[in-house]
Ligand binder design. Structure first.
Ligand code: ADP
Length: 458
């Protein structure tokens, strides 16, 4: 009885009052939709547009009535920031509409009904109900990109300017430490060694910052040339052997055949061809091997392996170092991310190396990922589309012909074949055969089929 009375007395519980509250909520939702500067479009389960707010109408350039009941994928047309149309076959937007999956990006440029182009931040959110509506929100980010561009221009100029004096400090400290150039006592030597190490670290930080801003601004162009990769990787790895020896690390280089024997596979010298940017690949490999050295305690082992596996080239850099925890493994390719634990705290770094590795590998049309068992070691994998020998020859001849002067043409230095990463879009790698796993690894992003953890062979 008391409850009944309370219900009766609560104004919101009378049907009239509830209707008033609902109407008020609807009016407030209208105020929000009509006044925000973000475009909002709501579709039904079939992805037909049911509602558009004024900001969306302005950005889409359509008349409001004209878009109702049109397919959202017809109204929204996109291209990449590089001006390449995003077709249905590779549209994450369409995929998220079809599969009712959340999707967000800052890498789409909206082409409106008048053909005007606006870089946008876009998201598709499935409604949390049984009807299957989707909410598309988007806003123009031209100004944000402009100010980010100015910021990165500043970082790039500052890093460039600071790198020069730091290089000279590093050079002079090196001279001071060279017994052929200077005489110093043991205490001064210790201080200068510290200063030398710090100046090297600072120089690397500036270089990494410069590379990051240039890569982010797409100022670094990728030049894919057909090469035999295994010799190049070996040469790069050999260059790091003195650093490995300083720490007493055992180094193994090889290619494992797919017909592994009970000992874990034969070591073969395979010729493996791919189209890569040699400078990029050098940076990538140096970075991965330097990390393996840095994060592996004295006396451990490092194994670098190149494998031609079907239609792809698979490189691994494996170490018996400190390993990476599952939580950290998810983030290590992010800009400035460093695992923070008692062991990494004493090891210097910028957290930019793996970000640069990922950017460079992807710019070449490849993929990079990592596996690790915390406390036991890590394996970093890089994979690229592989060229058959015939394709390699064909591309090499094209390069050579490109260098041949045409009749009546002056001889000028020629450029290597330039190719966009899209030319070489990498297929998702299939699991590879490798030596027997030491422990069940955890795979970092991007998630790929899990090859077994490879332990260094000697
Ligand atoms: P850093 O300059 O810190 O080495 P990176 O981007 O190269 O930056 O690496 C990011 C983080 O990933 C490192 O701080 C470290 O915690 C972890 N990491 C990278 N390589 C290895 C490795 N071979 N073994 C263990 N941890 C690694």
């Amino acid at each position: 009885m008391g409850l009944f009375n309370r219900k009766q007395n609560n104004p919101a519980n009378s049907p009239d009052q509830a209707a008033l509250v609902a109407a008020r909520h609807a009016a407030l939702a209208d105020i929000a939709l009509n006044n925000i500067s973000d475009g909002v479009v709501i579709t039904n389960a079939e992805n037909k547009i049911q509602l558009v707010n004024p900001a969306a109408i302005t950005m889409l350039g359509h008349d409001p009535a004209g878009v109702i009941n049109l397919d959202a994928n017809v109204v929204f047309r996109f291209e990449t920031p590089q001006g390449i149309a995003i077709e249905d076959s590779n549209s994450q937007f369409l995929l998220s509409l079809r599969n009712s999956r959340y999707f967000t990006t800052r890498d789409y440029v909206l082409i409106n009904a008048q053909g005007q182009k606006h870089p946008i931040a876009l998201s598709v959110t499935p409604a949390m109900n049984a009807h299957g509506e989707k909410i598309i929100t988007f806003r123009d980010i031209s100004k944000e990109l402009e100010s980010e561009g100015e910021q990165s221009e500043f970082i790039s100029t500052a890093s460039h300017e600071m790198r020069t004096p730091v290089a000279s400090i590093e050079g002079y400290l090196g001279l001071a430490l060279n017994p052929n150039c200077a005489t110093i006592d043991d205490r001064a030597k210790k201080y200068l060694e510290e200063a030398h190490a710090s100046s090297k670290h600072l120089g690397k930080l500036f270089q990494d910052l410069l590379d990051v801003t240039q890569l982010d601004d797409k100022k670094l162009k990728v030049h894919l040339v057909p090469i035999e990769v295994s010799a190049l990787i070996r040469e790069i790895a050999d260059g790091q052997v003195p650093m490995m020896s300083e720490k007493g690390l055992k180094f193994t280089y090889g290619s494992t055949s797919n017909m592994g024997d009970s000992a874990g596979g034969h070591v073969l010298d395979q010729e493996i061809y791919a189209a890569v940017d040699i400078d990029f690949l050098r940076e990538v490999m140096n970075n991965l091997i330097e990390n393996a050295i840095k994060y592996t305690p004295n006396g451990g082992g490092i194994w670098v392996n190149v494998r031609g596996d079907g239609d792809r080239v698979l490189i691994n850099v494996t170490d018996t170092g400190i390993g990476i925890s599952p939580d950290d493994l998810k983030h290590i390719f992010q800009k400035f991310y460093r695992a923070d634990n008692s062991q990494t705290r004493t090891i210097g770094g910028t957290g930019l190396g793996l970000y640069l590795v990922k950017e460079r590998v992807e710019a070449m049309g490849g993929k990079v990922w990592a596996e690790s068992s915390f406390g036991e070691g890590s394996t970093f994998y890089v994979s690229f589309p592989r060229l058959t020998w015939e394709e390699y020859e064909r591309r090499r001849n094209a390069v050579t012909n490109n260098m041949m002067p045409q009749p009546g043409q002056a001889v000028t230095p020629s450029q290597p074949i330039m190719s966009t990463p899209d030319d070489a879009a990498a297929p998702a790698p299939a699991p590879v055969q490798a030596p027997v796993p030491a422990a069940q690894p955890i795979v970092s992003e991007p998630a790929l089929p899990t090859p077994p953890m490879s332990t260094p062979t000697t």
